[in-house]
Ligand binder design. Structure first.
Ligand code: AMP
Length: 444
C-alpha cells in the first residue's frame, strides 16, 4: 500500500488520481534506498513501474526552491523518452510546486537554451544536447545533487559513454547516483565500477512472466561450432520450432551465427543487433512477427522492448553472464498464459554462469542428453582458443582487479539471499557419449 510509504499527502493524491493502488516491487524496494542517499543500481525493464520508483523518493525529498539551476538531473537515451518522462513527472507532481524541463537533440538549441535560462528543479535530458547546452554556460550543473541515468544499457549500446562521462566531469562529485538498466552488460558494469560508490543493487525479474509457464531445458555442448550443429538439428523440426528467438551475446557472434546457418536456414532467418540500420531492424522484426521468417537471431540489448508475440522457443545460444539477462531472454516466451519453451546451450566454461541463473530462479534447469545424431565439431573460435590460455592464470587476473572489486562481487552475489539459499545438487558428470567422442577427436 502506498499508505505504508512515508510520502506526502500531495504525492499520495497524485498517485490516487492515476488509479494506482499499491507500489510495484521495484517501487517498494527502491524507496528507502533512494531516500537513504546511497548510490543505487536498479535492474528493471519498462513496465515494472521503474519511473515512479525513482521519482517518488526524489519528489518526496525535493524541497521548494526558486533557484535557477536544476537539482535533479535525469538522463535518458532518446528524445521520445525525454518527452514521455516530463509528462509522467508532471502528473506525479501535479499537487507540488515543481518545475520540470526536458531538453533533447534534433531541435532548435536556442529555444531550449531560453527555456533552461528560465530555471527548473528537475531537468530531463539526452546526454549530447545536455552537454552542448552546459558548455555554453547557460546551464549550471553544479547544483545537481541527484543524478538518474535511465535505460543506461541502451545509452551505452548507442555509443553514449563518452557523452555520459563528459557530463560526470562537470557535475559535483558529492551527489547521489541512481541508475536503471533493463539488462546488465560488461559496459554497464564498467560504468558502475568507474563512477559509483558501492551501490545497492535491486533486481526485478520481468513482470508478468510466471516461470511456471516456461518449460526450460539445457544442453551441454563443448563449443560454438558444436552448438551450431545442435541448433540446426533442433530447428529442423519446423512444426515444433515454429517461431524461434535465438539469443546470443554480442553483435559479432550474432553475425557469425547467422553466417553459419545461412546456407540451410538463411531464407527463413532474420537478425537484429545495434549495428544494423533502423530500417533493417524494423524489416527483420516485421518478417519475424508476420511469420515470413521463423527464426530471429538477436542480442540482449537490442531485443528489449520488442513486441514479439507467440514465440514458440527462446534458444539461448550462450549463457548470459548476468543471470538477470536470462530472465529477460526467456520472458519473451510463455506470455499471456501461453506455454513457452526455453533452451539453454552451455559449455563447461559457461557452467558457473548457468549455476548463477539456477540460483537466481531457485530451480535447476533439467539437462537433456546431447542428441547422438548431432555431430561434434572440434573447430574453435579464436576467443575459445584464448580462453584456454586464460584458464591457466585466472588468479592473476582476479588479483589485478583489486580488493574493491571482490568486495563488490561478494556483495552482488549476496543480493538474492532473502530466502533460504538454493543449493545446487552436485553437478553430474556430463553423461553424453558425444563428449567422449569430442575428446577423443581432439586428442588425435
Ligand atoms: P515504467 O516501468 O516506469 O515505464 O511504468 C510502466 C507503467 O506502469 C506506466 O504506465 C505507469 O504509469 C504504470 N505504473 C507505475 N506504477 C504503478 C503502480 N504502482 N500501479 C499501477 N501502475 C503503475
Amino acid at each position: 500500500m502506498f499508505e505504508n510509504l512515508n510520502i506526502s499527502k500531495q504525492l499520495k493524491n497524485a498517485i490516487a488520481d492515476l488509479g494506482f493502488t499499491k507500489p510495484t516491487p521495484i517501487q517498494e524496494e527502491s524507496f528507502s534506498v533512494i531516500r537513504s542517499g546511497k548510490d543505487m543500481v536498479g535492474i528493471a525493464q519498462t513496465g515494472t513501474g521503474k519511473t515512479l520508483a525513482y521519482m517518488l523518493p526524489l519528489l518526496q525529498d525535493l524541497k521548494y526552491s526558486d533557484q535557477l539551476n536544476p537539482r535533479i538531473l535525469i538522463m535518458v537515451p532518446t528524445r521520445e523518452l525525454v518527452i514521455q518522462l516530463v509528462e509522467q513527472i508532471e502528473t506525479y507532481s501535479k499537487y507540488i510546486n515543481v518545475r520540470v524541463l526536458g531538453i533533447y537533440g534534433g531541435t532548435n538549441i536556442n529555444t531550449q537554451k531560453q527555456a533552461v535560462a528560465q530555471g527548473c528543479d528537475i531537468l530531463v535530458a539526452t546526454p549530447g544536447r545536455l552537454y552542448d547546452i552546459a558548455v555554453t554556460g547557460v546551464l549550471q550543473l553544479k547544483g545537481v545533487r541527484k543524478l538518474v541515468i535511465d535505460e543506461v544499457d541502451v545509452m551505452l549500446d548507442l555509443g553514449f559513454r563518452r557523452q555520459i562521462t563528459n557530463i560526470f566531469d562537470i557535475l559535483k562529485e558529492r551527489r547521489q547516483n541512481i541508475m536503471f538498466s533493463a539488462t546488465m552488460t560488461e559496459e554497464v558494469d564498467t560504468l558502475i565500477d568507474d563512477f559509483f560508490i558501492t551501490p545497492t543493487k535491486i533486481s526485478i525479474a520481468v513482470s508478468g512472466t510466471p516461470l511456471e509457464n516456461i518449460e526450460q531445458k539445457t544442453y551441454l555442448a563443448p563449443n560454438f561450432y558444436t552448438k551450431i550443429n545442435l541448433l540446426k538439428h533442433l530447428i529442423a523440426d519446423k512444426e515444433e520450432f515454429n517461431k524461434v528467438l535465438v539469443f546470443i551475446s554480442g553483435k559479432k557472434l550474432a553475425d557469425k551465427l547467422f553466417e553459419e546457418i545461412e546456407e540451410e536456414y538463411g531464407h527463413e532467418t532474420c537478425i537484429i543487433h545495434s549495428n544494423k540500420t533502423q530500417n533493417y531492424r524494423i524489416r527483420s522484426i516485421e518478417q519475424f512477427n508476420e511469420g515470413e521468417n521463423r527464426i530471429l537471431i538477436a542480442t540482449d540489448v537490442i531485443s528489449r522492448g520488442l513486441d514479439l508475440d507467440k514465440i514458440s522457443h527462446v534458444i539461448n545460444f550462450d549463457v548470459p553472464h548476468y543471470p538477470e539477462n536470462y530472465m529477460h531472454r526467456i520472458g519473451r516466451t510463455g506470455r499471456a498464459e501461453e506455454r513457452g519453451q526455453a533452451i539453454l546451450f552451455y559449455t563447461e566454461k559457461e557452467e558457473k554462469d548457468k549455476i548463477a541463473i539456477e540460483n537466481l530462479m531457485k530451480q535447476e534447469i533439467p539437462e537433456i542428453e546431447f542428441p547422438e545424431d548431432v555431430s561434434f565439431n572440434s573447430q574453435l573460435l579464436p576467443e575459445e582458443k584464448n580462453r584456454i590460455v586464460d584458464v591457466k592464470k585466472p588468479k592473476k587476473k582476479q588479483e589485478e582487479r583489486g580488493p574493491a572489486f571482490h568486495e563488490k562481487k561478494l556483495k552482488n552475489q549476496k543480493r538474492n539471499s532473502g530466502s533460504p539459499a538454493f543449493k545446487k545438487k552436485k553437478h553430474k558428470k556430463p553423461k553424453t557419449k558425444g563428449d567422449k567422442k569430442f575428446n577423443r577427436r581432439n586428442k588425435r
